[in-house]
Design a protein around this ligand. Sequence first.
Ligand SMILES: CC(C)(COP(=O)(O)OP(=O)(O)OC[C@H]1O[C@@H](n2cnc3c(N)ncnc32)[C@H](O)[C@@H]1OP(=O)(O)O)[C@@H](O)C(=O)NCCC(=O)NCCS
Length: 177
Amino acid sequence: MRGDAAKAVIRPIREADADSYRACLDTVARERLYLAFTEAPSAAEARFFVRSMIQRGLPFVVACDEADAVVGWCNIHVAPDNPLRPGFAHAGMLGMGLLEPWRGKGLGTRMMQACFEGAARIGLERIELQVYASNTGAIALYRKFGFVTEGTKIRARKLDGHYDDIVIMARLRPPQG
Ligand SMILES: CC(C)(COP(=O)(O)OP(=O)(O)OC[C@H]1O[C@@H](n2cnc3c(N)ncnc32)[C@H](O)[C@@H]1OP(=O)(O)O)[C@@H](O)C(=O)NCCC(=O)NCCS
């Protein structure tokens, strides 16, 4: 069934969404194309991750259908404080995905805008991500939002007999230069 994006709601994730978020992540992961995961982490790990992101005030939004099931997510993870490795609190790693019927309808754009508002609120200066070179749709979206390519890891993944390069991208605020 195709998703009706006009009726989708983009909102901050809640702890109660953890299982639905995990199911969504699992479906996208099992496509074996776009994510490093090929299946979701355990329910306990997903709940812990969601809870800690909320407690730390990090940007994490979900797209939900009319039944309030999660059909997509976008989050920016910042490495937890570590006094032995200081200097990374200004940078976060973006991850996102949508169930296939919900793609190409502007929801990725809406989720990313919401996450960037959250990132600005907490003063993040650098948002980075890694994307497979074969994922040209996602790369187009990231460019549209001002991400620039910083480098490429050649043949970084070998899965199901196919190599894929990993493109490293980042968006700086204020912009470089
Ligand atoms: C990547 C993803 C989150 C984008 O969300 P989306 O809702 O499909 O994207 P949007 O509809 O908001 O499109 C925004 C822009 O992205 C680009 N884009 C999206 N899908 C595209 C496609 N299949 N081909 C080319 N460009 C595409 C376009 O530039 C588009 O802008 P436009 O509408 O002005 O042309 C979504 O397609 C997805 O979940 N893909 C599978 C999982 C994934 O790749 N996750 C990211 C891993 S790094």
